[in-house]
Write a protein that binds this ligand. Structure first.
Ligand code: CAA
Length: 379
């Protein structure tokens, strides 16, 4: 068993850490307050090669491994989870899906600009009445011969307004249930495609989450990913990798709140000592450190399995379940350690606490992760 990171992985982590401190931290409170998408910062992330991290250089990517992806996600998420979710969705849910299942033409046309960070992608599965129950897609893609006619609404779409390329799951033949679902590549600007209002969210407020409306959108047949009816399996398979991304995001949120708490505990004086001298605080920090390390190891393990071509669905769900619960618990404790200061925006921990909540919800709630894990356990 090998726990050491390679020199390259350490360098990548340092680059992400430096970027987070110099480029993300300065405006993060303001972006959260005003729900401002970190457009400039996302552009820079593209230039650093972080938007197509795991895509092969042949298709404009950086050819890095999934462990490096976890490292980058952790470092960015310590500071700004609204920026890191763009990295996660673009890499895991869009680029990975296109590289693994797309045709050569789809890769050249759509994957290359996404992997280079010139464009941003979105993954559109959730609907007003199909969140966890993803097989119940109401959006329809009627087969018209040379194209599909797309109609319906998608909800809570990350990168909803900033994306140019959308992968949309839609039902072509309802009688086949989930075997009748297709995954279609939809371009911004196609007639009949409208971006709805921005959601006013509790957390990751800088990320642009929108509903999307499709009215008789003509999507060429060559934009279907995989065989007819492959859409549901495509989505499920893609979400496995996505869950490693969100697990790492949750890990970063927890680690960010923990690091701020350690620093604060060493500086803040109370009862003639620093907080760090009080056993009540020491015990809290010890629990936080232990749980964060466990979450980190689960993330590394899932990424390692993926890098080595081994099954990783259960490992990814375990990482996401544990890391997201750790993020929630740790950030609540971080606010408590900071006392009154924790409740105001300048100290960052209240934002991390709000950001943590979504990691228990998107890309499958904690309950969904338990379903995936228990199915493997009981197989
Ligand atoms: N890979 C490939 N195929 C898979 C799969 C996987 N990981 N998991 C399931 N499948 C296949 C099954 O083999 C089955 O195929 P067959 O019928 O041919 O055997 C088919 O998919 C249906 O599987 P299930 O019977 O297991 O389906 P289910 O209805 O019981 O649901 C579920 C399974 C795990 C609950 C699933 O619906 C699920 O994961 N739901 C959560 C959806 C989700 O994560 N949504 C998040 C939205 S995306 C998002 O949040 C992005 C963002 O913006 C940040």
């Amino acid at each position: 068993m090998q726990f050491n990171l390679t020199e390259e992985q350490i360098m990548i982590r340092q680059a992400a850490r430096d970027f987070a401190q110099t480029e993300l931290k300065p405006g993060v409170i303001e972006r959260d307050e005003h729900q401002k998408f970190p457009a400039e910062q996302v552009k820079m992330l593209g230039e650093l090669g972080f938007l197509g991290m795991m895509v092969s250089p042949e298709y404009g990517g950086s050819g890095m491994d999934a462990i490096s992806y976890v490292l980058v996600m952790e470092e960015l998420s310590k500071v700004d989870a609204s920026a890191s979710v763009v990295v996660s969705v673009n890499n895991s849910l869009v680029c990975y899906g296109l590289e693994k299942y797309g045709t050569e033409e789809q890769k050249q046309k759509y994957l290359v600009p996404l992997a280079r960070g010139e464009k941003i992608g979105a993954f559109c599965l959730s609907e007003p009445e199909a969140g966890s129950d993803a097989t119940s897609q109401r959006t329809t893609a009627i087969d018209m011969g040379d194209h599909y006619l797309l109609n319906g609404t998608k909800n809570w779409i990350t990168n909803g307004n900033s994306a140019s390329t959308y992968i949309v799951m839609a039902q072509t033949d309802a009688s086949k249930k989930h075997h009748g679902i297709n995954a279609l590549i939809v371009e911004r600007g196609m007639e009949g495609f409208e971006v709805g209002a921005k959601e006013n969210k509790l957390g990751i407020r800088g990320s642009d989450t929108h509903s999307l409306m499709f009215t008789d959108v003509k999507v060429p047949k060559e934009n279907r990913i995989g065989e007819d009816g492959f859409g549901f399996k495509f989505a499920m398979s893609i979400l496995e990798g996505g869950r490693i991304g969100i697990a790492s995001q949750a890990l970063g949120i927890a680690a960010g709140a923990y690091e701020l708490s350690v620093q604060y505990a060493k500086e803040r004086k109370a009862f003639g000592k620093t907080l760090a001298d009080l056993q009540a605080i020491q015990f809290k920090l010890a629990d936080m450190a232990t749980e964060i390390e466990a979450a980190r190891l689960l993330c590394y393990r899932a990424a390692w399995l993926k890098d080595n071509g081994l099954p990783y669905a259960q490992a990814a769900s375990m990482a996401k379940l544990f890391a997201s619960e750790t993020a929630m618990k740790t950030t609540v404790e971080a606010v408590q350690i900071h006392g009154g200061y924790g409740f105001v925006k300048e100290y960052h921990v209240e934002r991390l606490m709000r950001d943590a909540k979504i990691t228990q919800i998107y890309e499958g709630t904690s309950e969904i992760q338990r379903i995936v894990i228990s199915r493997e356990v009981l197989k």
